[in-house]
Write a protein that binds this ligand. Structure first.
Ligand SMILES: Nc1ncnc2c1ncn2[C@@H]1O[C@H](COP(=O)(O)OP(=O)(O)O)[C@@H](O)[C@H]1O
Ligand SMILES: [Mg+2]
Length: 319
């Protein structure tokens, strides 16, 4: 039996469905969420409603579920929980459960866009110049290194909340005066790209890289996209993954600015656009299940068709 626990399942029904169909009865899919109105719960073989992840009892409750349900692998679908699971990976291991995800420091780096910027720039990757204070930004503006328009967003933001393109000093100062924890970033004027990558938990090498051009974004999510491949981008991702040490499923935002690839951010979990990759045959669920059985996967980089479109639409569940 290979039983899986999906934490903070939320509205990610497809991910639960994929695990169920890949397991083909060889194990159970258990889902957990703080709300019993999380529709993905009802796709699972069994579900638990649990406290909020910030509750001090949370991790013990999840560990308890792992013991009771004989869970082989646990993963989360929301960013703030990734660090929490990673931090407790040894406790899970002691109970026979593998945390499917990146090491703690990397989960923390992914949450903090300034930390990520410092890492990327100090390792020589193209990335948007970033500032967490206006003094440094103005100094670089005086030095001719950056100019308006710029992009303003929370250092620890997610889901495209509180982001804005800013054209002048007045607006910039107004925004920084209103809220703390903001950063200014060089505006990247180019094609947005989404990367779904699986890094084998055993060989620690990327075994699948799926890349798509984002055609339309809506409420922080990719609404329409088209698959493509470029050897230069695969090479960049392989280098980036090896140098940083990401593990398991990760989702990377990249910009193509005038033919140069800029790495923007990483979400070390299944991204909202993963169904596109799965639909094109990049079966990262199967790779996870192989890893949990102790089997390393052979690399299949770029093994998918180009020009396949993904179109999102709404669905409802009645319970
Ligand atoms: N430097 C930038 N230049 C242009 N657009 C940007 C820039 N940074 C972010 N964006 C846009 O804003 C969206 C959200 O920003 P992102 O950094 O991915 O934060 P999050 O997804 O965590 O909210 C991106 O998907 C992209 O469309
Ligand atoms: Mg993003």
């Amino acid at each position: 039996m290979t039983n899986i626990l999906i934490c903070s399942a939320g509205t990610r029904n497809k991910i639960v469905q994929y695990f169920k169909s890949e397991l083909k009865g060889e194990g159970n899919v258990i889902a957990a969420d703080m709300s019993e109105l999380a529709p993905a719960l009802y796709e699972a073989d069994k579900f638990y409603t649990v406290p909020r992840i910030t509750d001090e009892r949370y991790i013990d409750i999840i560990l308890g579920i792992c013991v009771k349900e004989k869970i082989s692998g646990v993963l989360s679908l929301i960013d703030p929980e990734l660090s929490l699971l990673a931090k407790n990976a040894e406790k899970f291991k002691a109970m026979g459960t593998t945390v499917i995800g990146s090491p703690y420091e990397l989960c923390e780096r992914a949450l903090d866009k300034m930390q990520m910027y410092r890492w990327l720039s100090s390792h020589g990757y193209n990335c948007a110049r970033s500032y967490d204070n206006l003094r440094d930004f103005y100094a670089d503006m005086d030095g001719g290194l950056i100019n308006f328009p710029v992009f303003v967003k929370p250092v620890k933001g997610s889901a495209s909340i509180a982001i804005s393109k800013v054209y002048d000093r007045e607006t910039l100062e107004l925004l920084f005066g209103q809220s703390a924890g903001l950063m200014v970033q060089e505006y990247l004027n180019g094609q947005e790209i989404g990367v779904d990558c699986y890094i084998d938990l055993i060989s620690r090498k990327p075994v699948s890289i799926f890349t798509k051009k984002k055609l339309l974004m809506r409420a922080g999510e990719t609404d329409k996209a088209v698959s493509f491949s470029d050897g230069a981008l695969f090479e960049l991702i392989e280098k980036f993954v090896a140098e940083s040490g990401w593990l398991g499923q990760i989702d990377i935002d990249v910009f193509d600015v005038g033919g140069k690839y800029y790495i923007s951010e990483v979400n070390p979990r299944f991204g909202g656009g993963y169904p596109h990759a799965y639909g094109c045959g990049c079966n990262h669920i199967k790779y996870i299940l192989n890893n949990l059985k102790g089997v390393a996967n052979q690399p299949q980089i770029g093994a998918y068709k180009n020009n396949v479109f993904m179109m999102k639409y709404n669905e409802v569940m009645i319970k």
